[in-house]
Write a protein that binds this ligand. Sequence first.
Ligand code: NDP
Length: 292
Amino acid sequence: MIRLDGKQTSNEIKEEIKVTVSEMKARGERMPHLAAVLVGNDGASLTYVGSKVRSCEYVGFDSTLIRLEEDITEDALLAQIDTLNKDESLDGYIVQLPLPKHIDEEKILLAIDPKKDVDGFHPANFGRMALELDAFIPATPFGIMQLLERYKVPTSGKHCVVVGRSHIVGRPISILMSQKGPAGNATVTVAHSRTENLAELTRQADIIVMALGIPEYLTADMVKEGAAIIDVGITRVPNESHPKGYVIKGDVAFDEVAQKSSFITPVPGGVGPMTIAMLLKNTLLARQWNLS
Ligand code: NDP
């Protein structure tokens, strides 16, 4: 069994980006520039945005954090988005979710210029991805594709069952793995909460991607010997004996499933750490696409 180490792989990707950035610097080019918009004071969002900004600094990008009051109006936020769309010093930006309840998230995400949408949430990017055109791919499925490719997990001609059909994980990964190219050419089945006899499907799978958010849902009896397992799930499960009062669990019963699998991502330390690296990668791509 080979453990797909997302921490190590994301560090490798960051180092590769760092090298590219120093080459750009040597040529006298402007550095890639990422901005993050944070509305309000949500603790988890502050932590996520903080680590995105620190990662930018680590690889040599310019970064800007735009903090806005919790009670900002939707119109004022849209005006801010318009300013960012027009800012030529900026290659890409993200709007940290969730937004306060009085703001329509969809309206905000639709207002982002697709050329700067490094989170890859705009329909234009989703459509371009589905049509195999250059596109910003959402960080989580992009990270999974990188793990599969870099660890040379066989996907061509294999049967992959994706459990979950969300717009940010299940749906895009099912599209990407069925496309031609590295980590692609799989025959993909998408399962969801209405799927009947899920275990019968997963037992036929060469690759299983679990993205439903129910801790330890995939057990050893649902897996065929030698399957590759990608666990996207992240759930905080209360645990009094842990200093934080909770532990992080994936959607896979790791210990028992690992014994039957050929490749498996741990949680934490698998898919999760890949997301910031892929956001940086998208920002670098934005810079490169802007140059051409
Ligand atoms: P959503 O809640 O948006 O989607 C969950 C999907 O799972 C839905 O399609 C749902 O089906 C399906 N589902 C729910 N219950 C079952 C069931 N019993 N059997 C089969 N399918 C089921 O979640 P996300 O895609 O946003 O996230 C999934 C998990 O991944 C979460 O734990 C989340 O925290 C984690 N995550 C991790 C990331 C990372 O960086 N590692 C990034 C993003 C998410 P239906 O459509 O019918 O409702």
